[in-house]
Structure formats: structure tokens, C-alpha cells
Design a protein around this ligand. Structure first.
Ligand code: HEM
Ligand code: HEM
Length: 431
């Protein structure tokens, strides 16, 4: 214990509370101290099953209350209520970022905390403590007499006396807490369901549909000649349908993630999410423009048609490139918890979409060169056109490659969707 002069305990000037699905916390505010009392109490099926699991394994655990200037982890003072072998202790930590917090004052683990008790009540961890509002001699101490903080509540396991990473179900207050008013505040967990839905829709649209739509337009204009709708070739019908579906699907996925982040731009605290959101917005914009101009395309023989083709091709390929970058950034977003398996699948898919056009080009060149004596040389000395037999052979190989593409691309996309669906903290990424 330090030899600081203890500030006097004065009468209570305000009482408030915080409540969310799984936690309750109430406090009494005095001039120099805030007296907290709260704990778990979730009645949801998930909370109950987690509690039963914990009781069955007898794992040590902690419940932590963070005071933070923002809604994410970093530069926060955290009061950690620990239960180790059914013995409770309370310590004061500081988190520099999204890393295991360290003691606020290594010489005094309980700095600023007095009258602490931690216990289990019906299997729920409960914690009471008094926190000094400011201590000038401790540099990083969060001064709740001057600043207003968001309240963050997390829980997790303790191994070897060390607190482990909490789950993704951290509760954050909806607004900053004003301890000096008699009000009950509320908060919520940012659940992963919406991010997962966003990611799955985008992966399907951009990795499966767009790659297929583009190769159909580039290499498969010959397929299914008998299927013509309104005299339009199959490849065109398919390309148009797929490419209209993609921006619609992207807009749906965009609205889902917007709802998740509270209809605001993502916070700039995570560089990866921010970069992802910028690339993503440009991409959605470009895909809408692409569809718009797709419908305004000049007639096949119109003088402006070659210009349309060049511009459309350039914007289309830019979309694909941006989509690859955006998806890579997406799988790197920490809260997706994908780790190596996420970018591993992405690399597999990227390799394939690079290899496929190379293979097709190679087939076209090699097969056209065989039996070169049978080429029909055109009058104006243009490159030789393969004869009917070679053309059929090239088409057969290309069709086989299309099936292979559908199989490989779909396989990667399904694998990524499953991994996104089942990912949770600690599953694919070690702490
Ligand atoms: C997100 C939307 C779209 C993207 C990303 C996209 C992408 C592409 C790409 C990259 C190509 C060139 C393939 C190649 O030869 O290398 C292409 C060709 C083509 N696309 Fe699209 N497209 C989109 C939407 C549309 C729509 C909505 C239409 C029609 C309404 C359309 C009509 C065409 C046509 C006619 C071609 C053939 C051009 C040619 O023969 O060179 N596209 N598209
Ligand atoms: C090419 C496909 C994608 C596009 C166009 C796209 C677009 C976007 C956009 C525009 C935002 C920002 C929303 C906002 O600022 O409010 C966003 C956020 C997000 N995206 Fe994507 N996305 C794509 C793929 C993915 C993938 C593959 C993943 C994960 C595997 C992913 C995960 C996320 C997450 C977690 C956020 C929220 C970031 C945060 O709040 O920190 N996205 N996306």
C-alpha cells in the first residue's frame, strides 16, 4: 500500500446504474470515490450454458469493468474482478491497445481500489469495490471526476493467474456515463452475426459471381449457342444477370454492415477496417456505374461501341482488382477472428483466378499452333485462324476448364463462407 494521503469519504451525491442483457452494475457517487456493485446475471440461454460449462470445468474466471474514452479497446482503465480457486481479488489494469492489459501500477496492483469483494452467487460472478476517482501521482489513472467514459464490460478465463482474452461479446454502454446524474444507462454487445452476413454475401458476390461473370464474357462467348433469349447469346444473358445481381447483393450487404455500425462510418481506430471500408465504397460505386453504362451500351456496330468495350473492360477489371484487395482487408479485420485460415483460402482462390486465364490463353495459343499447315491464312496476313477441328478441341478444353473453375472457385467460396460462419475468438487465432 502506498503512503498517499487517503481522501475523505463524503456523503453520496448521486446514484446511477447500468443494465444490459447479461450484466448489471450500480454505483453511488461521492466527491472522491465511486462505489460500484454489480455482476453477471444473464438469463439468456447462451449465458446460462456458458455458466454451466464454467461450473463443470471449474475454470477460474474474471469479470472486468473498463472506463474508456471510446467504444473500442485501448487507453482504458480496467477494474478486473478475479475468481481464482473460489478466492476473489480485484486489481486495477490499463490497456494500451488490443493486447492483454497490464497493471496500472505494477507496485500496487489494487491502486485506487478499496473495499473490494468478489464472489459467486448462483454461479454468477459478483463484484463490489470502491474506486478513487483520480490519483494525480499515477500517470495513466483515468480521472472520472473530469472526464466522461464509456463503460465496457468483459469476461473471460484465467490461466496460470493471467487473464485471457475475453470473448467477442463485450458489452459497451450506448453513451458516455455521467456518474453525477441519477440515471440508468444501457448498452449492448456488438454481435458478430451482421458482420458475418455481410462478409458471406460479399464473398459469394465478388469471389464467385464476378470471377465467373468476367470469364464468361472474355472466353466463353461460344457456349450454349442454342440457348438464346430475345436473340441474345447465352454468355451475354448470364454476364448481365450475374453482374446486376452483384451490386444488388453488395448493397444489401452494405446496409447490413451499416446497421451493425449504427449507420455511421466505421471508426478510424482500426486502420484495416477503415481501409476496407474505403475500398469497399469505391467498389460498390464502380459496380453501380458499370451496370448503368452496361445498359447504355451503344449498338454492336455503332462507332462508339469499341470505346464502350474498352472502358467497360477497364472498369470491370478494376472492380475485380479492388474486390480482391477489399476481401483480403476484410479477412484481416480482427473481429472476424479468421487468422491464417482466412487469408489461406483467399490465397488459394487468388492463385486460381490468375492461373485460369493463363491456362486458357495457353490452350488457345498451343492448340492453334498444332497442325499449322492446315491454317487458313487470311488475305491481309492476319494471324492464322485454327481450322474447325482445332477450334472444337480448344472449345472442349475450355469448357472443361470452365467446369473446373466453377468447382474450384465455388469450393473456395463455400470454404470461406463456412469458416466465416463458425469463426469465434480463439478458434482460428491463438491469443
Ligand atoms: C458489376 C458489373 C459488371 C462488371 C464488373 C463487368 C465486367 C466486364 C468485363 C471485365 C468485361 C470484359 C471481359 C474481357 O473481354 O476481358 C465485360 C464485358 C462485357 N460486358 Fe460487362 N460487366 C458488368 C456489367 C455488365 C452489364 C450490366 C452489361 C450489360 C447490360 C454488360 C455487358 C458487357 C458486354 C456487352 C461485354 C462484352 C464487351 C466485349 O465484347 O469486349 N456488363 N464485362
Ligand atoms: C468486395 C467485397 C466487400 C465489400 C465491397 C465490402 C464493403 C464494406 C464497406 C463499404 C464497409 C464499411 C461500412 C461503414 O463504413 O459503415 C465494410 C465494413 C466491414 N466489412 Fe466489408 N466488404 C467486403 C467484403 C468483406 C469481407 C470478405 C469481410 C470479412 C471476411 C468483410 C468484413 C467487414 C467488417 C467486419 C466490416 C465492419 C468493420 C468495422 O466496423 O470495424 N467485408 N465492408
Amino acid at each position: 500500500m502506498s503512503n498517499r494521503v487517503r481522501k475523505p469519504m463524503t456523503p453520496v451525491i448521486a446514484a446511477g446504474g447500468f443494465s444490459s442483457g447479461d450484466y448489471k452494475l450500480s454505483w453511488n457517487e461521492t466527491t472522491y470515490y465511486t462505489i460500484y456493485s454489480g455482476g453477471e446475471g444473464g438469463s439468456s440461454a447462451k449465458a446460462k450454458s456458458l455458466r454451466l460449462k464454467r461450473q463443470a470445468t471449474g475454470a477460474d474466471k474474471y469479470l472486468a469493468y473498463g472506463l474508456s474514452l471510446d467504444k473500442s479497446m485501448g487507453q482504458d482503465c480496467i477494474v478486473v474482478c478475479k475468481m481464482i480457486n473460489n478466492i476473489g481479488t480485484v486489481e486495477h489494469y490499463y490497456a494500451t491497445g488490443k493486447v492483454t492489459p497490464s497493471l496500472l501500477d505494477p507496485n500496487e496492483p489494487t491502486v485506487g481500489i478499496t473495499d473490494a469483494t468478489v464472489s459467486y452467487v448462483n454461479g454468477n460472478i459478483q463484484c463490489k469495490f470502491t474506486r478513487e476517482k483520480y490519483i494525480d501521482s499515477v500517470p495513466r489513472y483515468c480521472d472520472s471526476s473530469k472526464n466522461k467514459y464509456y463503460l465496457q464490460i468483459a469476461e473471460g478465463s484465467i490461466y496460470g493467474g493471467i487473464i485471457q482474452k475475453h470473448g467477442s461479446d463485450v458489452v459497451v454502454s450506448d453513451s458516455v456515463i455521467d456518474f453525477s446524474v441519477n440515471t440508468t444507462f444501457s448498452g449492448s454487445v456488438r454481435d458478430a452475426a451482421k458482420s458475418k452476413a455481410h462478409a458471406c454475401l460479399m464473398v459469394f458476390a465478388w469471389m464467385f459471381c464476378v470471377s465467373t461473370g468476367i470469364i464468361l464474357a472474355r472466353y466463353y462467348k461460344y457456349i450454349l449457342p442454342s440457348i438464346k433469349i430475345q436473340k441474345m447469346m447465352f454468355w451475354f444473358q448470364a454476364h448481365r444477370a450475374i453482374m446486376i445481381f452483384v451490386p444488388i447483393c453488395s448493397l444489401a450487404a452494405f446496409l447490413v454492415i451499416l446497421a451493425d455500425v449504427g449507420w455511421k462510418w466505421v471508426e478510424t481506430t482500426s486502420k484495416v477496417s477503415f481501409a476496407h471500408s474505403i475500398f469497399g465504397m469505391v467498389l460498390i460505386g464502380l459496380s453501380l456505374i458499370q451496370v448503368f453504362f452496361g445498359f447504355l451500351r451503344p449498338d454492336k456496330d455503332a462507332p462508339r461501341r469499341p470505346l464502350f468495350n474498352v472502358l467497360h473492360k477497364f472498369t470491370g477489371m478494376s472492380c475485380l482488382t479492388l474486390a480482391v484487395v477489399t476481401c483480403y482487408l476484410g479477412v484481416f479485420i480482427e473481429r472476424m477472428n479468421l487468422g491464417r485460415i482466412g487469408w489461406g483460402i483467399m490465397i488459394g482462390w487468388t492463385m486460381w483466378v490468375l492461373i485460369l486465364p493463363l491456362l486458357i490463353e495457353l490452350v488457345q495459343v498451343l492448340c492453334a499452333q498444332t497442325k499449322s499447315d492446315s491454317y487458313q491464312i487470311t488475305q491481309d496476313k492476319l494471324p492464322p485462324i485454327p481450322d474447325e477441328g482445332n477450334k472444337k478441341l480448344i472449345e472442349r478444353i475450355k469448357t472443361a476448364l470452365l467446369f473446373l473453375h466453377l468447382l474450384i472457385s465455388f469450393g473456395h467460396v463455400i470454404a470461406l463462407i463456412v469458416v466465416i460462419g463458425v469463426a469465434e475468438p480463439g478458434k482460428f487465432v491463438s491469443d
